[in-house]
Ligand binder design. Sequence first.
Ligand SMILES: *Cc1c(COP(=O)(O)O)cnc(C)c1O
Length: 472
Amino acid sequence: MLSKSKHAKSLTHEERHLAPRGDWFLDFNCEVPRYEMPEDGMDSRAAYNIIKSEMFMDANPDLNLSSFVTTAMEPEAEKLIMENIHKNFIDHDMYPQSEEIHQRCVSILANLFHAPADCEPYGTATIGSSEAVMLAALAHKWNWRDRMKAQGKPTDKPNIVFGGDVQIVWKKFARYFDVEARIVPMEKDCYILTADKLDDYVDENTICVSAICGSTFTGEDDDIQGINDYLVRLEQEKGWNVPLHVDGASGGFIAPFVSPDYAWDFRLEKVQSINTSGHKYGMVYPGVGWVLFRDKSVFNEELIFYVNYLGGESPTATLNFSRGTSMILAQYYNFLRMGKAGYTCLMQTSMDNAQYLQQQLVESGLFKALNQGGVQKMPLVAIQLDEKVTRYNVFDVSNKLRERGWVVSAYTLPANAESIAMLRIVVRPHLNKDSCEILTRHILEACQYLEENGGSAKAPKLHDHHGAGHKC
Ligand SMILES: *Cc1c(COP(=O)(O)O)cnc(C)c1O
């Protein structure tokens, strides 16, 4: 335990004048108040420098290839962000043009995701896909309850069905909002959710099935079309109207550009809601996600509240209330600036770079690709070590790469594929071919060092006091 610090004191004007060296250095050459608020404040530059120097300790975000979240935007976008950083988006009455731009973004995304012409699309910005998922799944829970009540049936046992390949938000939703999570486990050679497994999981109490467009584990997609067709048949045969939600946190900004003919979205009749992360391949800094509904009626009226305390009557239907405006404007900036052609070019280049990286690593004979058929849906390299490598594991490789500043995740897959340990490299658009070549070289050098010296890393243990839904 660190001892409590003495209060930092900034230099007086006189002391600073007398300082033998640069005063910017002396400004923070004092003990830093860490765990209690200091009695007195300090010089603004001292406060700034203390925090700035602590930030040196963080990883370099541009070398952090374990994350999907955007780390590079254009200077004009950053200018807009800073010019509007002090606006609270929720105050629609005071900032009506922010709301107007928000609505334009919703409309652009609804069109991009092929919302049917005869429906009135509805959606909202969120803090990220997690809030978006919670809102969508809540709407489905409310709709399910209305349906059951109308039939005079019990409403105490809702369940939600998804694959073991989901991001953690789905398990969070189930626990936080008291819905039984029915998780279809992965298998050793199949890391996606397919329709043939659903019969054992879906029933009349299923509020929705969630399918992924762009899995965080392997970059593959669940069989969205097959699941849609299964749910259509289910309604015809049993009268159960179970909606499909598509988690397009990453894929929502890739599929429309890289595979425009691939129907993963509102083109499929059972798809009632879609989420996507503006701050992933939407190319905006952290703090923006989107949820889109096929039709306004899917978003249950009971979830909308009306408030008058900001002046005027504002409807509010998000989990969060206050939020910044900047990232919404930055999203619109990207839409204007890049257009479909720009997004297509960036996404395709990232796919090509990921393919190149994966190919180089597989050709070295040390790695095997996990995403079947190579990089097809998402610019993500998912690889495991070849069986012939016995002196080290993927965790050693990940650790060794940290010496060069690269952050590359190593992890084991969820049940029932937990014996598979893999490396995941998220290729974001700022990573060009040149940096992919350097990364390849660094990975192969790390492997060579580990072959000669051996490795000893262990998989980090997950703290799993809930049993995190490994069984359904
Ligand atoms: C990242 C991710 C999420 C969570 O999104 P946030 O924007 O980080 O809240 C949900 N689902 C999938 C598939 C993801 O990749």
